[in-house]
Design a protein around this ligand. Structure first.
Ligand SMILES: Cc1ncc(COP(=O)(O)O)c(C=O)c1O
Length: 293
């Protein structure tokens, strides 16, 4: 593609003779923008900051379990022409034209997501559109729990995540606790394990619409079967937020949430080492009912 500067004969400013089109004698001078310049030339100040961050990541050691390093191929995708496209809606049903290749990308992503977790596409559907894990969880609550409906998640200080409903006595810290009513469950301080018996007892009183089985800081397998039993006692839905361990689930190195859960969410940038994004898996059909009713 020829550079705009070349089009303007190498001049860095151009006179616009407006009298040709408008009844005026004004001549404006403007600087043509060259859209083909690399960042280094186009915005050296920003480029310099990015270089410093790259060096920091390369030389530093941060033990942040939520983070990972993507591959060159992932970075290539992220800085591709796909960023230019609006693609609201679903595959084949977009609000804008020109989505034929974005549809191909999304279908490929759906197919690979289901395959990565060894799922049968007849039983599990997938939405690969969330921007990250937090909006994925919020989308699930919005779809399946009515406003101010009740949810239960592991308390943040016990290893849960903000989006599972965290609040303090003075502040509703997470948007989840503003728009939904949450009651935390906790670990048994003596055993440092999730107190499933206490969860069962509290759920019987609180009657949540959804229980969230998911952790940000809990180095043990989750007992999804027990979560399922507690949900079934109370007619609650079971959401697994496997964000932290999805790589281990894919590799079958930890307990499998798909066996017992109705919905499973994950980020893609932690153990999966992908781009910053989120995925929602949903069990097809209604719980306990087939398509024929
Ligand atoms: C269990 C869990 N769920 C959800 C999230 C939120 O993901 P994101 O930061 O991509 O919104 C995190 C982030 O660390 C997490 O640990």
């Amino acid at each position: 593609m020829p550079s705009l500067l070349a089009e303007f004969g190498g001049r860095t400013t151009v006179d616009l003779h407006l009298e040709t089109h408008y009844n005026t004698t004004t001549t404006m001078t403007c600087t043509p923008i060259d859209l083909t310049r690399p960042l280094e030339e186009d915005d050296p100040e920003l480029c310099d900051i990015i270089k410093k961050e790259k060096k920091r990541q390369f030389l530093g050691l941060e033990m942040i379990a939520s983070e990972n390093f993507t591959s060159r191929a992932v970075n290539d995708c992220l800085s591709s022409c796909l960023t230019n496209k609006y693609s609201e809606g679903m595959v084949g049903q977009r609000y804008y034209g020109g989505n034929e290749y974005v549809d191909e990308v999304e279908k490929l992503c759906q197919k690979r997501s289901v395959a990565a977790f060894h799922l049968d596409p007849e039983q599990w559907g997938v939405n690969v559109q969330p921007y990250s894990g937090s909006p994925a969880n919020f989308a699930v609550y919005t779809a399946l729990v009515e406003p101010h409906g009740r949810i239960m998640g592991l308390d943040l200080p016990d290893g849960g995540h903000l989006t599972h409903g965290f609040y303090t006595s003075t502040k509703k810290v997470s948007a989840t606790s503003i728009f939904f009513e949450s009651m935390p469950y906790k670990i048994d301080p003596a055993k440092e394990l999730i107190d499933y018996d206490k969860l069962e007892e509290t759920a019987r009183l609180f009657k949540p619409k959804m229980i969230i089985a998911g952790v940000s800081c809990y180095p043990r397998h989750l007992d999804y079967r027990r979560f399922r039993e507690i949900c079934d006692q109370n007619g609650a839905l079971l959401l697994a937020d496997m964000s932290h361990v999805s790589g281990l689930v894919a590799a079958k190195l930890t307990s499998d949430p798909f066996e017992y859960c109705d919905v499973v969410t994950t980020t893609t940038h932690k153990t999966l080492r992908g781009p910053r994004s989120g995925v929602i898996f949903y069990r097809r059909g209604q719980k306990g009912t087939d398509k024929a009713g």
